[in-house]
Structure formats: structure tokens, C-alpha cells
Design a protein around this ligand. Structure first.
Ligand code: ATP
Ligand code: MG
Length: 261
């Protein structure tokens, strides 16, 4: 990880306004954080604190009411292929095969079939889905759908992966495998990842740093460094690692508001 800032969020205020009913909801206020190049940054915080809203602002789906969101020093004004988004719902097109789903972004950009199939197959290989290339989404397990969604995002060669609780819907066993695979993919592709999760354990396992948000409107309550070497991050052994346990417990306490930040 270099120290260069990839994404910068400064004093972000996000609001949902319902003009008809005269309702204004402040989702985040005074939220400042940055994501460094090649960093794996996790964001945790109570339900409704504004995590998904933050991600939508970085993705360019929602506009800030106040403050700025920028990437490489330029304001983010709209969605772009430089930022890939993986939602909790897999959002695969049910009438297309896995191979076609993974190649979809390339198709939209006008890449010829032979080339996009070749790229799609490479990312299906990376996500261990080669055997499922010709299947349709309804023929896949939850974990396979999730890996297909990750493969589809990677096939677009984003610089930044924005992931909103991507593994929440898969079973516990699959989740551990997906987490280990994601770390490998992140490392091999030198990606920058912003990863939202409810699970503190997941955040400590995956992250270089963890941002803990306050209850809504969300702002940063604490930043937790996770200096655990990558070669020690395996689920078979990490629960016996005292550093992991200490960081996990401290982060849990911060999320629950039991400890002064
Ligand atoms: N489309 C919307 N219209 C109005 N209010 C919304 C909308 N989307 C979110 N909100 C509100 O904004 C706040 C932040 O929502 P957000 O989805 O960002 O939370 P979150 O931290 O992702 O929660 P969770 O952990 O449950 O996914 C919540 O109070 C929510 O009710
Ligand atoms: Mg959310």
C-alpha cells in the first residue's frame, strides 16, 4: 500500500429529501475519511448510520448536499468504470449465462465477443467458476452467485472496488472462502477496496484499516489500524492470534459505543 490518497471524502453531508411530504433525512454529516491507493479499507457502524449512502456517493449514484468526494484529486460527479460496485444482492441478469453476465460491462463498451469471452473466462478462473460459465444464475448457489458478481466487477478492470456487505447473504463456510479469495484477488490486481460490513471479525480479517462510524447521521468515530501481516490472515489460525483478538475486541467495543474513541 502506498501513502497516496485514492479517494478523499471531506465533510460529507448526504440528505434524503422528500419534497412532497416535506421530509428531510440527514444520512451523514461532517464525514471525513480517505482511502489510500491499494488500501483495503473496511467501514463498520450501526444499521442506518449511512454506510450505503457513503458508498453511493463515492460510486457517483448520489450527489453530496455538502462537502466533497473526489478520486485522484478530481471531484466525483457521476458513476464511472474506474469504480466497480458489488452490492449485497448479486444483481445478475437471470436470462444471461454466467459467462455473458461477467462479460456484460465489456459488451456495453463495444468489446467484440471473442475478446470479452476471453476476459470473462479469465475472471471466472480467478473466482473458481470456470465450470459454471454456461449456467444461468438460478442454477448457482448463493456463494457462486456472489463470486460471479465479483468476477463481473473485476472484468471491468476497476481501479477501485466498492463493496456493500457483499458476503452477507452467503452461508458462513462459503463466506470464509470468499473472504480469503477476495484478499488474494485484491493483492494480485493491486486494487483499492472500500468494503462495508456489519461483521467486525470480517473487517479485522480483511482490512488494512477499519473506519468505525457513529450512529446516524454518520461521521467517523474511530480509525483502527490492522497491522496483522497478510501471510498470517488465514481463518484456520487467525482466531489464535492475540493481535487479531485484541483488535477485534477493541473494534467491537467501539461499535457498541462502550469505549472512548
Ligand atoms: N432512499 C432513501 N430515502 C430516504 N431515506 C433513506 C433512503 N436511503 C436511506 N435512507 C436513510 O438514510 C439513513 C442511512 O441509510 P443507509 O442505507 O446509508 O444506512 P446503512 O449504514 O447502510 O445501514 P445498514 O447497515 O442497515 O445497511 C437511514 O436512516 C435510512 O433510513
Ligand atoms: Mg447499508
Amino acid at each position: 500500500m502506498s501513502a497516496k490518497t485514492k479517494i478523499s471524502v471531506v465533510d460529507l453531508r448526504m440528505e434524503y429529501v422528500d419534497e412532497n411530504r416535506g421530509i428531510r433525512h440527514i444520512a451523514t454529516d461532517g464525514l471525513t475519511l480517505d482511502v489510500k491507493e491499494n488500501e483495503f479499507l473496511c467501514v463498520v457502524g450501526p444499521s442506518g448510520c449511512g454506510k450505503s449512502t457513503l458508498l453511493s456517493a463515492i460510486a457517483g449514484f448520489l450527489k453530496p448536499r455538502g462537502g466533497t468526494v473526489s478520486m485522484d484529486g478530481r471531484p466525483i460527479l457521476e458513476p464511472g468504470a474506474d469504480r466497480g460496485v458489488v452490492f449485497q444482492e448479486y444483481a445478475l441478469l437471470p436470462w444471461k449465462t454466467v459467462l455473458e453476465n461477467v462479460g456484460l460491462g465489456l459488451k456495453l463498451r463495444g468489446v467484440a465477443k471473442a475478446e470479452r469471452d476471453a476476459v470473462a473466462m479469465r475472471f471466472l478462473d480467478i473466482t473458481n467458476l470456470t465450470h459454471a460459465a454456461e449456467k444461468y444464475p438460478h442454477e448457482l448457489s448463493g456463494g457462486m452467485k456472489q463470486r460471479a458478481a465479483v468476477a463481473r466487477t473485476l472484468a471491468n478492470k476497476p481501479e477501485v472496488m466498492l463493496m456493500d456487505e457483499p458476503f452477507a447473504a452467503v452461508d458462513a463456510q462459503t463466506r470464509l472462502t470468499l473472504q480469503e479469495e477476495l484478499v488474494r484477488i485484491w493483492d494480485e490486481n493491486r486494487l483499492t477496496v472500500l468494503f462495508i460490513t456489519h461483521s467486525v471479525e470480517e473487517a479485522v480479517f480483511l482490512g488494512d484499516r477499519i473506519i468505525v462510524l457513529t450512529p446516524g447521521p454518520g461521521k467517523v468515530r474511530a480509525v483502527v489500524d490492522v497491522p496483522i501481516p497478510r501471510d498470517q490472515r488465514h481463518w484456520a489460525t487467525i482466531n489464535a492470534n492475540p493481535q487479531f483478538v485484541a483488535i477485534r475486541d477493541r473494534t467491537l467495543a467501539l461499535v457498541r459505543g462502550l469505549e472512548a474513541a
